[in-house]
Design a protein around this ligand. Structure first.
Ligand code: HEC
Ligand code: HEC
Ligand code: HEC
Length: 134
């Protein structure tokens, strides 16, 4: 089977099970398909593997295991997971410095989805709930 067919096959399996949990990069490494949402210290910041890995072609190595562990919730346990650290070039700020990617002191709402955005996502990712139309 061609790589494409395998990918399509996997994709259709995921759709069939209606739980698209993991995606894969070129080397076939699993990364979370659903965005990771940070809620500490503020609710809520969104991070999408899909955007970073698929759309921008970043390797796992560029974020793992530095500055991020492959375990959601780890960075949030650190007292310095805040804007000051980002401005100093740590965590997301390693790239979000205005050169590699948009600066951390701009476009706040691209990362910050707020409490409303958080609630909306909880609604849209819960398969047992019926989705409301707009
Ligand atoms: C641009 C940065 C970035 C890239 C590139 C990236 N990740 Fe991540 N990844 C993160 C962040 C941020 C977290 C959450 C870490 C935390 O909460 O402390 C995470 C968490 C994870 C987790 C844990 C998910 C969970 O629910 O516990 C896995 C597995 C993972 N990444 C796999 C990958 C793989 C495989 C790749 C390459 C295909 C990859 N990541 C590329 C930033 C990245
Ligand atoms: C290894 C580099 C790197 C790291 C680390 C990184 N990003 Fe990004 N990010 C990028 C690049 C490159 C883009 C695309 C270029 C741009 O938008 O400036 C991007 C785009 C984005 C976008 C806009 C795209 C979208 O999803 O609509 C958001 C939001 C974002 N990043 C959030 C984060 C957050 C939150 C973190 C930390 C948890 C983070 N990034 C860590 C490189 C990185
Ligand atoms: C590249 C993504 C990104 C951008 C852009 C960004 N933030 Fe943040 N912000 C984070 C992350 C990650 C955290 C820590 C996780 C959390 O609090 O959920 C955070 C935390 C915070 C906090 C609580 C911690 C602290 O430093 O006091 C505030 C307040 C905040 N951001 C405000 C802002 C404002 C205002 C802007 C725009 C000027 C902004 N952020 C832009 C990612 C971002």
């Amino acid at each position: 089977m061609s790589k494409m067919k395998i990918v399509l096959c996997l994709l259709s399996m995921f759709f069939f099970m209606a739980v698209p949990v993991m995606g894969q990069d070129d080397e076939g490494e699993d990364y979370p398909q659903e965005p990771i949402i940070f809620t500490k210290p503020v609710k809520a910041v969104i991070f999408s593997h899909k955007t970073h890995v698929e759309d921008n072609g970043l390797d796992c190595d560029s974020c793992h295991d530095e500055p991020f562990e492959m375990a959601a919730g780890t960075a949030e346990e650190n007292d310095d997971f805040n804007m000051e650290a980002l401005y100093e070039g740590n965590y997301c700020g390693q790239c979000h410095d205005g050169e590699t990617a948009f600066a951390s002191n701009k476009r706040c709402t691209l990362c910050h989805i707020g409490v409303k955005g958080y609630n909306r996502l909880q609604g849209s990712t819960a398969p047992e709930k019926e989705k409301k139309g707009h």
